[in-house]
Design a protein around this ligand. Structure first.
Ligand code: RAT
Ligand code: ZN
Length: 420
């Protein structure tokens, strides 16, 4: 049976690309903030140029002292990066090309290469205007932030009750210190009034659970999130395993939220680069396997940083329905890797995965990160539909929309049990 909305083979690719470019998106992991968070929300030309991805690329062309770079004003840093990565060399890396995509979509004359013109144009806008404009251009409907109660500036916004004002923004409670830097976590928890100590006592566990529950509720956090080094082992009888088994999983289960693990980062391999100095690291997928098996009722959102882990992690998702793999994280958020990963994820899991998140830190980055990925996702999907078409299975426009909506929105919300 054919329906009116059947698409001919010659129109298929173009239709999928159009729909992929236009489908509203839930961006399920970013470092963006709602405007209520004030200066924590980064936007504009100088923030874009000083993105840490571009900082590390710039130092490859310069003998500049790191300390001198950090002593410059943001504007001077941006000028320095602009010269090195855009004028002295062609901006062909993903992050540099992305900046050009942003300029183009914001309507600037890219060929003028006049940074001050771009700056001045954006300086005339208010943050609210820019947030609306960018979300509209990028087709982003919902944004999940990364929220840290140990950050004093952010904490004040939550405590003042302003954190939940904008319905387009959602919270995720990020608690890296609890797993990766317990002494620091203890002093933070103590200063927030929780009765914890370095020793792993019953009282400490109880109070750490209380901290998590109170903050999940205060933020209405969609999930609990941590990033982990590649040498994360589970079960291991170490602090991390105890924290997961006795604090994090019980709280997630009680409040019925997923636990997101981002595994495979080696922090500060070059501390002089600060945020830009982190490295990727091979991880052990069997830690995720053990968690999924031990807690079949607990949902796990997982992404890994090493390319070498991706296939195995995708295979694991075939074995555990409580595992949702997501995104092409950080150094994998480059066109070649997005293409490779999207292809084998589709081939192994169909559309039952979350192909991308943006990890944006500066608001306008939503434009390029999503445009580049949407095109790739659309093209990979078009290959699959073309193959089906050749066998006589014709997908309709409605079915294409359904599939894209699953991948870019609904899989996330359904996994949370909060289907919109
Ligand atoms: O992608 C990034 O910007 C990294 O610096 C990290 O923030 C990473 O995404 C993370 O969430 O730890
Ligand atoms: Zn991130």
């Amino acid at each position: 049976m054919t329906t009116q909305t059947d698409i001919s083979l010659s129109d298929l690719r173009e239709t999928v690309e159009r729909l992929a470019l236009n489908m509203p998106v839930t961006d399920m992991h970013t470092h963006l903030y709602a405007p209520e968070f004030g200066n924590l929300l980064l936007w504009g030309i100088d923030e874009l140029l000083t993105y840490h991805y571009l900082i590390s690329e710039s130092f490859r062309w310069s003998e500049e002292e790191y300390s001198h770079f950090w002593s410059m004003s943001k504007r001077e840093q941006a000028d320095w990066i602009w010269k090195l990565l855009f004028l002295d060399h062609s901006p062909v890396s993903e992050a540099a090309t992305g900046f050009i995509t942003i300029l183009k979509r914001l309507g600037f004359d890219v060929s003028s290469r006049n940074l001050d013109d771009y700056r001045q144009a954006l300086e005339k806008r208010t943050v609210h205007e820019q947030v609306d404009t960018v979300m509209q251009i990028a087709g982003i409907e919902k944004i999940v932030m990364t929220n840290d109660p140990f950050d004093p500036v952010e904490r004040l916004v939550w405590q003042s009750g302003k954190g939940k004002t904008d319905p387009r923004f959602y919270a995720a409670l990020r608690v890296d210190a609890l797993l990766g830097d317990w002494p620091h976590a203890v002093s933070e928890l103590q200063s927030l009034g929780y009765d914890v100590q370095a020793e792993w006592t019953e009282r400490t566990k109880e109070e750490t659970r209380r901290f998590l529950s109170e903050w999940i509720i205060r933020m209405d956090a969609l999930y609990l999130a941590v990033s982990m080094p590649g040498d994360f082992k589970y079960p291991a009888g170490d602090h991390r395993s105890k924290m997961i088994d006795e604090v994090m999983i019980p709280v997630c289960q009680e409040l019925n939220i997923p636990f997101a693990l981002m595994i495979g980062v080696r922090r500060k391999v070059n501390p002089s680069l600060r945020l830009a100095g982190d490295m990727s690291m091979l991880s052990d997928v069997s830690a995720v396997e053990a968690l999924c098996r031990r807690y079949p009722e607990q949902k796990f959102l997982v992404t890994m940083l090493a390319r070498e882990n991706q296939h195995e992690l995708t295979v694991l998702a075939r074995k555990f329905r409580n595992l949702m793999i997501f995104g092409c994280w950080w150094f994998l958020h480059i066109e070649s890797m997005v293409e490779e990963m999207t292809r084998f994820r589709l081939e192994l899991l169909g559309t039952s995965m979350i192909p991308q998140h943006s990890d944006c830190r500066v608001f306008e980055q939503l434009i390029y990160k999503w445009e580049h990925s949407r095109r790739i996702i659309g093209n990979v999907l078009a290959d699959k539909y073309e193959k089906l078409h050749q066998s006589g299975w014709n997908v309709t426009e409605e079915e294409i929309k359904r599939d894209l909506n699953d991948m870019l929105n609904r899989n996330f919300w359904r996994f949370l049990g909060k289907e919109q």
